[in-house]
Design a protein around this ligand. Structure first.
Ligand code: SF4
Length: 466
């Protein structure tokens, strides 16, 4: 099928990484503010079936080793193709393009990050046209409901600008559609295993009130995808008995997660970052990270380039969050989930969020309860944990109520997880014992400043001098 493509194309290449020093060119990625990929359904007579257009420079005209703007527009038609399917077909761009040897595609929508390796380029993969050909073939073969398809790569920044703005409006309209529905209104959730090539035990559970971590698939998208291809990577999950309404635990979800994760994940709390949190692959739009010093959550989005209030960057925390594990306090989330009434519901919702980037705080203002909005700090207010504590106290953030203060000692009020989700090896008496997926819970975590031992009469100052 891919004889004309100069590199291999197949499942075996899915999940391949292209490191910076190995890349011929980067398309999109963190340094390019406006980039997108989008699928639109069009009337059949508006599509030149099989056409692949490149508007702007192609790969050989792009400076080697540098990032370049990109927009990918896939237009489809078919008698059974509904606009509901746009989001789902769009997510397949990630899957199909990753089959190409030496071609790495990460993330989705306005966050895409693509790299082409020098090796693949040297083998002759020197045009976006090849990428388009692979996508055309796979879309036609895997999704036969698509009767006509054309693909346009836009690499001219002036042309990307208006199309990017239009794409953002389309994403927003899709997301808004699911907002009227609650998890109690439906009997069926949807699961997605598209990212298992990157994180084999990860399974997304998509509900009306818990949007997929990547922010690309809503409950409606899940329903449409499972309807046309029930045996595909997006499938229906019968909710089953509700085991815990606060945490969002359902018998059907647990059963499905167990099956799809090969037994690694047997329980899922949909609305909590603790206990049995929803797993994360690596495509999440943001991370909710627990800050033990204040017993609250920080939020960071992929696009945030600075250090967060705990001194860590998004990329550092992403390593702790990804991989299909259930890690307490490191929770992959989508922006749309942050608009949900069930957002971290069991952990306190926004009343537990203490820090987030200014841009997203302002963007989500109408979804953050008015009484806590001003009490949440941003990078413009504080830059470290000490400043954060003072800010929370000064602004009467609800988490302050959770603290018990005594001179120089602060105690968290709830039992907290101090280690979770990893393996602890113990070697004793000639045996190696591995506590697999261990969790250690402490009834109390006491955080005390470490004071230097008292030295009488100026001794300390003298010692410091030497
Ligand atoms: S992040 Fe989840 S919903 Fe999105 S493509 Fe991956 S598995 Fe599917």
């Amino acid at each position: 099928m891919f004889e004309s493509i100069p590199v291999e194309v197949g499942l075996v290449h899915e999940g391949e990484r292209v490191r910076k020093q190995e890349m011929q060119v980067e398309l999109g990625g963190p340094s390019i503010p406006e980039k997108f990929e989008i699928v639109r359904v069009r009337p059949a007579d508006q599509i030149a079936d099989g056409a692949i257009e490149i508007e702007g420079p192609d790969i050989p005209q792009m400076p080697e080793g540098k990032a370049h703007p990109i927009g990918i527009l896939v237009e489809i038609a078919g008698s059974r193709v509904e606009p509901d399917l746009e989001g789902v077909v769009e997510r397949r761009i990630h899957e199909y393009s990753n089959y190409i040897e030496g071609f790495m595609h990460l993330n989705q929508r306005y966050d895409i990050w693509i790299r082409l390796s020098k090796k693949a380029y040297a083998k002759g993969l020197n045009s976006l046209r090849f990428i388009g050909q692979v996508m055309l073939e796979l879309f036609r073969n895997e999704l036969p409901i698509i009767e006509k398809i054309q693909i346009t790569f836009i690499t001219d920044p002036d042309q990307i600008k208006p199309l990017y703005a239009e794409a953002m409006q389309t994403y927003e309209a899709r997301d808004a559609r699911a907002r009227g529905l609650s998890d109690d209104d439906v009997d069926t959730f949807y699961g997605c295993a598209l990212c298992q090539s990157f994180a084999p035990t990860h399974v997304c559970v998509i509900t009306p009130q818990r949007y997929a971590n990547c922010g690309a698939i809503s409950w409606f998208d899940g329903r449409a995808a499972a309807g046309i291809d029930p045996k595909g990577p997006i499938y229906a999950i019968s909710k089953g008995e509700c085991l815990d309404a606060e945490k969002g635990e359902y018998a059907g979800v647990n059963e499905s997660a167990k099956q799809r994760s090969m037994g690694e994940v047997s329980r899922v709390y949909l609305y909590s970052a603790f206990g049995y949190p929803h797993t994360s692959c690596g495509c999440f739009e943001g991370i909710a990270f627990y800050i033990p010093e204040v017993d609250g959550f920080g939020i960071v989005l992929r696009a945030f380039r600075d250090l967060t209030v705990n001194g860590l960057a998004f990329s550092t925390m992403a390593d702790s969050t990804a991989g299909g594990r259930q890690i307490d306090g490191f929770h992959g989330i989508s922006i749309e989930y942050m608009r949900s009434k069930q957002f971290l519901h069991a952990d306190g919702g926004y009343a537990r969020v203490v820090w987030m980037p200014k841009e997203i705080k302002e963007r989500l203002q109408e979804f953050i309860p008015a009484e806590v909005y001003d009490t949440i700090a941003t990078e413009a207010d504080v830059t470290n944990i000490d400043e954060l504590k003072s800010f929370l106290i000064d602004h009467h953030h609800p988490v302050v109520e959770r603290w018990k203060e005594d001179t120089g000692t602060e105690e968290t009020a709830q039992p907290v997880q101090v280690f979770s989700g990893g393996d602890i090896p113990i070697t004793a008496a000639g045996f190696r014992i591995i506590l697999k997926n261990a969790r250690i819970t402490a009834e109390k975590v006491i955080i005390q400043p470490v004071r230097p031992p008292h030295k009488p009469g100026g001794e300390r100052r003298d010692a410091e001098k030497h």
